[in-house]
Design a protein around this ligand. Sequence first.
Ligand SMILES: [Zn+2]
Length: 468
Amino acid sequence: MDIKLRFLGAAQNVTGSCHLLEANGVRVLVDCGLYQERDFKKRNWEPFAEDPSTIDAVVLTHAHLDHCGLLPKLVKDGFEGPVFATEATADIAEIVMRDSAKIQSEDIAYKKRRHKKQGKSSPYPYEPLYRTEDVERVLPMVQPIRYGKEQKVGVGLTLKFLDAGHILGSSSVLFETTNHGSTRRILFSGDIGRWDTPILRDPELAEQADYVCIESTYGNRDHKDNSSIPDTLARVVKAAHKAGGNVVIPSFAIERTQELLYRLGELRAEGRIPEVPVYVDSPMAIRVTEVFKRHRELFDEETMDRIANGQHPCDFKGLSVTRKAAESKAINNQGGTSIIIAGSGMCTGGRIKHHIANNIERPESVILFVGYQANGTLGRHILQGAETVRLFGERHEVLARIEKVNGMSAHADRSELLRWLKGLQSAPKKVFVIHGEERATESFAQLVHDRLGWDAEVATYQQEVQLD
Ligand SMILES: [Zn+2]
């Protein structure tokens, strides 16, 4: 068999997912993601390791920026083939890529001004990686494919999407290639979600694969128990209501916001929290929530039951969405308690910074963290107990209560990754561990070897392997 794999991104790191599969001379890229980790960002500017005009097709596992965010650049640099994705992935990826183009233009303008003032120069060109018009060239190339449907990619190569349960539309991809009567299956995990999370279905398991490329974001640890999430939410909201302050929640636009709405709606329906106004103050989160509303066919059983009972998973009485900046500002003049969900999720930009500035000196308000806060972000700073923070050039004392909900993660942990692998009925010839920081990948490869007795290795950046 003439099958080749080449790991072009998210190999010994977590962002910039991009892997080349070549079978029977058909060249397919699985994901084309943006690097977001500080140490790897400069790779976004480097030419692609494989000439984009020689790629026959791109397959998107899901719409997170680190999986689709370099696609407009790939097209700009000469890629002309189809882009296969589920319909929900296509819808959300459009929102994500447009947002990315906009942020890049704004960042460049800001950097240029700042550097001029400081007399500095930039290691990157003063040009965005791509613009909105480049995103618009990608859109007609996207071919939506249903889960479970076999799609021909080229001569002797097909693919099938399995629900990965990570975010709406997310997939694992099973490729099948046939040559002279023999068949090989190559499985890419994409990002794997968790079992028993609201709205989404559980990760779907593949039964057979000869080779597996599996993510390992949490390959070296298990999540904290998530059964306490509703209790924590209820406790925090009730306390803020009693004190007369707001609950300010920095949240990611995709999945986390919708999960919060689901959980808040449930707590209200059960009478466990007071019926205070809830605001989604993030244009991007509002657009993504609309995609959720269009794709009920992807919801899990509990969510469908809820709809049958007249409730929507991401909607309830008292929920307002604020698209315009003026509406966003008006939230501050609202007396009493409000729950304000806004981006960005790590408080690095966006409207959340205004809400934090307005509430952080109020002992009656709460800043509630519901997701991972990376090193060096304002979110991490607050969460670690900073006594003062700087926002919009002013120092603020941290007097609000700081709380955190544990266990809200879109990623499978170590045990769940193993559970996903165990869906395979027989040992694959090899497992390649990708999409994790070095310690996580190494630890997970070892775990696969020790627990399952399978041949597993860490894929290294730009490594090329021949499969038989
Ligand atoms: Zn993801």
